[in-house]
Write a protein that binds this ligand. Structure first.
Ligand SMILES: [Zn+2]
Length: 200
């Protein structure tokens, strides 16, 4: 996990957002390879193992599924749909959408990608931090420049979380054009198997 992402994290427990406190172990450049994140509100601790933050579940990588293409959407199209131009900020990739990090990063410098519950074969990169949490997206509200929701995270609970972390006026792409539009999102377009929305 990129060390600067620490200030964007939130404890997944049901209490007010508060900054988590990082105790770093091994670092590789700006990436934390091992360490512990502590919550000052509920005192829970979350381990960072091999660069991945485990908010729930045991700190082991999920089984390595056979790599599959996320969708047929190419990075240029996805970049345009997400209205991403210019550097800076965070893009959240939920579930299998983490596979888009490499393609999007190849088009743009200076954006950091956050993969939440990425497939087991997706590896951490200097441009991609990986978080695992089965309860919520463990990020503060309104922190993301864009969010992509993968086909394996289409239920209403995850779509509501995607809306929560997105900045107002920014774009959401859901990799299923039959997905329900979450509350607070205005639908902009449907097509190529994708739903495109914008946070109000
Ligand atoms: Zn907590």
């Amino acid at each position: 996990m990129h060390i600067e992402l620490t200030e964007m994290l939130r404890c997944p427990e049901r209490h007010a957002e508060a900054f988590l406190v990082m105790s770093t172990g091994e670092m590789t450049g700006r990436m934390v390879r091992s360490g512990v994140l502590g919550c000052p509100v509920c005192a829970r601790e979350y381990p960072i193992v091999k660069g991945v933050v485990y908010f729930t579940g045991s700190p082991v990588a999920p089984p390595r599924a056979a790599p599959r293409p996320a969708t047929s959407v190419d990075p240029d199209t996805l970049q345009a749909l997400l209205d991403l131009s210019g550097p800076g900020g965070y893009v959240v990739l939920l579930g299998s959408a983490a596979r888009h990090a490499v393609g999007l990063a190849g088009l743009m410098d200076g954006i950091h990608f956050v993969g939440v519950n990425a497939p087991g074969d997706v590896e951490e990169l200097p441009v991609l931090s990986l978080l695992r949490c089965e309860a919520v997206i463990p990020l503060r509200q309104a922190m993301a420049r864009a969010v992509v929701v993968g086909r394996d995270r289409l239920d209403a609970r995850w779509l509501a979380e995607a809306q929560r972390v997105l900045l107002p006026g920014r774009r959401l792409v859901v990799e299923d054009d039959r997905a329900a539009v979450p509350e607070g999102i205005t639908r902009l377009a449907l097509g190529q198997g994708l739903l495109v929305g914008e946070r109000r």
